[in-house]
Design a protein around this ligand. Structure first.
Ligand code: NDP
Length: 447
């Protein structure tokens, strides 16, 4: 039935079934390009139509979220949960609150999550959800009322053994706390139904830091593989949220120097490096005072480039840690021209398909997010384990586990990464992530 599994034919069918979902098409294309040759060599997957099944979410839930703002106006947003694939464990993946959220964005994120969660070696399926609600500029009470209304529908669909959401863009510790409180109120149950919780009620140490730390560790592994390391390198980091902040912290620990951070307004360039004190000030600015990165330039007297991304600034290593498609082909050409050697993605799909081609053609080392940012979901998995056994591990133990998981993901990628002598981490991550999920689906039979 699926005898024609050419990339073009497959993508045509996918686009027809999911019209206008540009981000989802892009995420599937990136995977299909490396998976289809592998499937053709392993016909059991082709006969069972595994790729066709893996690109169709198990279930998509969309709902109305009504809440009242401080002025007494009734506001209406849209909420979603895409339960993508639970072949290897309960659905697991973040919630994103941002005006750009739509089904296409969540399907791309849920699809990516399938491979990422598989790579962590932990028993986690894949999901993603969120809302087009914008927490920026809202009062604490407005965010609380929104979160309570959102959970009042979502709680029907989640559970510690069913689907365990976490944070993502716009959903940090504050939002997770409001969501968890409402879940607990509605169900009368205290279970590990969300991760990223505060330490007082079942959260895990290191979860906040995990995605950024993991990304820096993954870069270190990619460099060690060619006899190099982060030590002494000039690094460009984009974003100034959770992932960017803790990626910067771990780069500092590993002896690198971070010279940029950014937000949707622009980029700061601090050639002296963003040390621990400057970073602590930035984390306070972004998480507590909810300010703009431009204020960093005023505070520490460095350049601010309004409306610009960091990629035109000279660096040895680049870490896109803000959002999808923030590194496009011109940016990639600028990185190559400036002598950048490697890119590790902290964000999900920050590099466009064309930009990946530019980086790979120039033989840069390129670590795709599904491998390099998997540290966050890995520690979420460890939070689930701690909740199940009703114990809390120490920060040292958790960081050791995170380090080992990132090393293991790197090893899994290498197993399938050879591309005529070039280490192609895209191919490596896609194939390694695919095999575990695909084999579970084969074992279950046709469903
Ligand atoms: P945060 O909300 O903490 O930070 C997001 C950062 O990205 C902010 O600095 C924000 O700036 C910036 N940003 C958002 N949109 C744009 C844009 N269009 N252009 C430029 N900058 C933008 O989110 P996280 O740090 O948690 O997430 C960042 C990325 O990492 C996302 O792709 C997310 O999916 C991914 N990720 C996160 C994980 C986690 O554990 N948190 C796990 C794995 C992946 P501004 O303040 O101006 O909006």
């Amino acid at each position: 039935m699926y005898s024609d599994l050419s990339l073009d034919h497959f993508m045509q069918g996918l686009k027809k079934r999911n019209p206008g979902e540009r981000e989802f098409h892009q995420a599937v294309y990136e995977v299909a390009e490396s998976i289809i040759p592998y499937i053709l060599d392993n016909p059991q997957y082709q006969h069972a139509a595994i790729l066709q099944r893996m690109t169709e979410p198990d279930k998509t839930i969309q709902f109305r979220v009504v809440w009242e703002d401080d002025a007494g106006n009734i506001r209406v947003n849209r909420g979603y949960r895409v339960q993508f694939n639970n072949a290897i464990g309960p659905y697991k993946g973040g919630l994103r609150f941002h005006p750009s959220v739509n089904l296409s964005v969540l399907k791309f994120l849920g699809f990516e999550q399938t491979f990422k969660n598989s790579l962590t070696t932990l028993p986690m399926g894949a999901g993603k959800g969120g809302s087009d609600f914008n927490p920026k500029g809202k009062s604490e009470r407005e965010v609380m009322r929104f979160c309570q209304s959102f959970m009042t529908e979502l709680y029907h669909h989640i559970g510690a053994n069913i689907d365990v959401p976490a944070g993502d863009i716009g959903v940090g510790a504050r939002e997770i706390s409001f969501l968890f409180g409402q879940y607990k109120r509605l169900t009368g149950e205290f279970t590990g139904v969300l991760t990223g919780k505060a330490l007082e009620f079942g959260g895990s140490l290191i979860r906040t830091e995990a995605t950024g730390y993991g990304c820096a560790y993954f870069m270190e592994h990619m460099l060690n593989n060619v006899g190099d390391s982060i030590k002494g390198k000039t690094c460009a980091v984009s974003g100034s949220g959770n992932v960017a902040s803790y990626c910067t912290e771990k780069i500092n620990h590993l002896g690198g120097k971070v010279v940029t951070l950014s937000d949707s307004g622009g980029t700061i360039h601090d050639p002296d490096g963003i040390d621990a004190d400057k970073l602590a000030w930035t984390i306070d600015l972004k998480t507590n005072r909810r300010g703009r990165i431009a204020e960093y330039a005023e505070k520490f007297a460095c350049d601010y480039h309004a409306g610009m991304r960091p990629w035109g600034i000279q660096c040895d290593l680049a870490f896109p840690c803000a959002t999808q498609n923030e590194l496009e082909d011109d940016d990639a050409r600028a990185l190559v021209a400036n002598g950048c050697r490697a890119v590790a993605e902290g964000a999900n799909m920050p590099t466009s398909v064309e930009a990946i081609k530019v980086l790979q053609a120039a033989k840069l080392i390129y670590g795709p997010g599904k491998a390099s940012n998997a540290g966050g979901v890995a520690v979420s998995g460890l939070e689930m384990t701690q909740n199940s056994i009703r114990l809390a591990w120490s920060a040292e133990e958790l960081e050791e586990r995170l380090r080992n998981i990132m090393a293991d993901i790197h090893r899994q990628c290498l197993r399938h990464a050879d591309d005529d002598g070039y280490t192609n981490y895209v191919k490596g991550a896609n194939i390694a992530g695919f095999v575990k999920v695909a084999d579970a689906m084969l074992a279950y039979g046709v469903m």
